[in-house]
Write a protein of this length. Structure first.
Lengths: 290, 340
């Protein structure tokens, strides 16, 4: 066994004491700072729960049709939503969707600027990449329990944990998308006298948009993957049903709620992907026109 | 690891020496068997520490050949029933395995040597002592339910919040039933599920660190109850029948009020132990601890980041007044000598 060079207990105790100190002195401040996020989540959840189910089914099916202009995807989406309703999972599915949408929106607001920053500086990239690796690989419970202590249990730590896990792919893909824009195009825009702001917003981001959209798609999927973990700290929703099913050995309950998560994932994945493809096609046309 | 090998070696030599000598009848200070005594170290901290304490005393005090094996309620008890090994389970909660356990006792496969927790296990609803001191009328569940405004739900501040049990645990069903029986939703309360044991602990720790009010379900002996000064609420008398109905999803009567029954935690042993090693069985007949003693033990482990073995050693050093009453004087002297 590895010889013991130093006694690590004082270090561990110091970390624990520091956390306790933060909780005792700053817990209220942190909770208040996270209130806007909670407000966003609660507003989305309220809107989803207040809207009649048939309106939601109609809107999402319509979105699927607009994205593909074919009958196949709308039919799948319609069947999937009916499944959620029939299996008595509607309310839980809406709670989960609200968490996912709130996490994705926050992730977009944070990740795209970070991705842009990374694409413009090698040094920033060197610093941020290991942080992203850490966010994606650190076992969630390691930071979940301290987050619960700092922010109080419930939706806030669940939302934060989901964002931490779901944001990295969007940052990476934004960076990648911006870097892979053809240098000749940038050169041309520079020759036409575009300033850096115009180059970014008018040339780079539109050309990188398919990649960025793939990033957003990944973020929604990752957010859904965190649903069960988020329920372990009091977020409710479909993940909670899964936990109850596992805990009581009610395989059926766990299975149906798990399938509910899959159904949500399929809906969001297919619809956003189809929109992405449509957009890509449109940008391709524009390029031809130029 | 080194220490462990030395111990086993010493025990083996002593065991060999004892076996080669003529059998000494009724000597209370030697192990009396050369069969290896395997003690189950359960996955939760109190049982793990108890296993280590008993292993240390049996090994160093009585010179038994002791082995600590890891276990959990169901696998350990079923292995005891079928194979007589592990020999000893120092903290076995029999309520979840009641049927098999009673049958096995009747068939003479296992025995109960004593109660591991002498004053019974604790389960119920708790509030911090500082809240009760500020509001002396908060003694019973009914008293607390009348004041939801004292325990506000951060996500819905007009209501009170009761921290329930993690999903899937038996206590989740019983706590939800009581929430219903007390009409707490009508009285302005939300039943909050923390989602997991870790999250429940973290919520309690947060409230105590910040001196905030909290109403929560918990059970003892645990390091949480040892570390934080929480008072149990008076839940009235226990009615086993109501409790059984409340926790049975198939029972169609409406939920009614009852306290949580205390579940027995015993020292269980395979039947060969009292037959072949009466000294060991006699030792275990005296080893019960109270809730407070076990909680204090766990707090030491928690605060010093000590593992079960280190926690046990500290107990043996600090609580001589307790464990020396379990053993004859010269055994106690031998244990103390090996503590160093």
């Amino acid at each position: 066994m590895f010889p013991e060079f130093v006694d690590t207990r004082p270090l561990r105790r110091a970390v624990d004491d520091a956390l306790n100190w933060v909780v005792a002195n700053w817990g209220g401040a942190f909770e208040a700072a996270a209130r806007p996020l909670l407000g966003l989540l609660n507003a989305i959840q309220f809107a989803l729960l207040a809207t009649p189910w048939w309106v939601i089914i109609a809107l999402v099916t319509l979105a699927a049709w607009l994205a593909t202009r074919q009958w196949k995807l709308p039919a799948i989406v319609f069947a999937a939503l009916i499944f959620l309703g029939v299996m008595d999972l509607w309310e839980d599915a809406m709670i989960t969707t609200a968490l996912m949408i709130a996490a994705t929106l926050t992730a977009i607001v944070v990740s795209i600027p970070v991705g842009v920053w990374m694409s413009r500086s090698l040094r920033v990239r060197q610093v941020i990449t290991p942080i992203l690796d850490l966010m994606q690989t650190l076992p969630s419970f390691v930071y979940l329990i301290p987050t619960v202590m700092i922010f109080g249990p419930g939706k806030i730590p669940a939302l934060l944990a989901t964002i931490v896990y779901a944001a990295p792919p969007l940052v990476r893909l934004t960076d990648l998308g911006l870097r892979s824009v053809d240098p000749a195009v940038i050169e041309a825009s520079r020759a036409f006298g575009a300033n850096p702001g115009q180059r970014l917003l008018g040339v780079q981001i539109p050309l990188a948009l398919p990649t960025i959209l793939a990033g957003i798609n990944q973020t929604t999927m990752m957010a859904l993957a965190m649903v069960v973990i988020a329920s372990m700290i009091g977020a409710g929703g479909l993940g909670y049903q899964v936990l109850q099913g596992i805990g009581r050995l009610e395989v059926s309950r766990g299975l149906f709620a798990g399938l509910g998560i899959v159904v949500l994932a399929i809906i969001f994945d297919r619809v956003t992907q189809s929109f992405g493809k449509q957009l890509q096609a449109r940008i391709g046309l524009q390029e031809v026109r130029i | 690891m080194k220490h462990f090998w030395k111990g086993t070696l010493a025990a083996a030599i002593i065991g060999f020496a004892a076996a080669s000598m003529p059998v000494q009848a009724a000597d209370e200070t030697v192990c009396g068997t050369d069969r290896s005594i395997d003690i189950a170290e359960m996955s939760w901290p109190s049982a793990a520490a108890l296993a280590r304490i008993h292993a240390f005393i049996l090994e160093n005090g009585y010179g038994c050949d002791v082995e600590v094996v890891s276990g959990d309620t169901v696998p350990t008890s079923s292995s005891m029933l079928s194979r007589g090994s592990p020999a000893i389970a120092p903290e076995l909660w029999t309520s979840s395995i009641e049927k098999q356990w009673t049958e096995a006792i009747n068939e003479g496969k296992v025995v109960k040597l004593s109660d591991a927790i002498t004053d019974g296990t604790l389960e119920g609803w708790f509030i911090p002592r500082y809240v009760q001191e500020a509001h002396p009328d908060l003694k019973s569940v009914a008293g607390v339910i009348a004041h939801p405004e004292l325990f506000p739900d951060p996500e819905d501040p007009t209501k009170g919040r009761l921290y329930s049990c993690p999903p899937g645990w038996a206590c989740e069903i019983s706590t939800s039933a009581l929430f219903e029986a007390y009409d707490m939703a009508e009285a302005g309360w939300n039943l909050f599920s923390p989602g997991s044991g870790g999250a429940l602990d973290a919520s309690i720790a947060r409230a105590f660190l910040r001196n905030e009010p909290i109403l929560f379900y918990y059970w003892g002996p645990t390091s949480i109850l040892g570390k934080y000064d929480a008072v149990p609420l008076d839940m009235g008398p226990v009615d086993a029948e109501i409790y059984a109905c409340n926790t049975n999803p198939d029972c169609d009567q409406p939920a009614r009020k009852t306290a949580y029954p205390s579940s027995p935690a015993i020292v269980g042993a395979a039947a060969w132990v009292p037959e072949e090693a009466p000294v060991v069985a006699d030792y275990f007949a005296k080893v019960g601890l109270t809730n407070d003693e076990i909680s204090a033990l766990l707090v030491y482990g928690d605060e010093n980041k000590a593992d079960a073995a280190a926690t046990a050693e500290n107990f043996l050093r600090e609580r001589k007044d307790v464990w020396t009453t379990w053993v004859p004087d010269d055994v106690a002297a031998k244990v103390e000598a090996s503590l160093g």
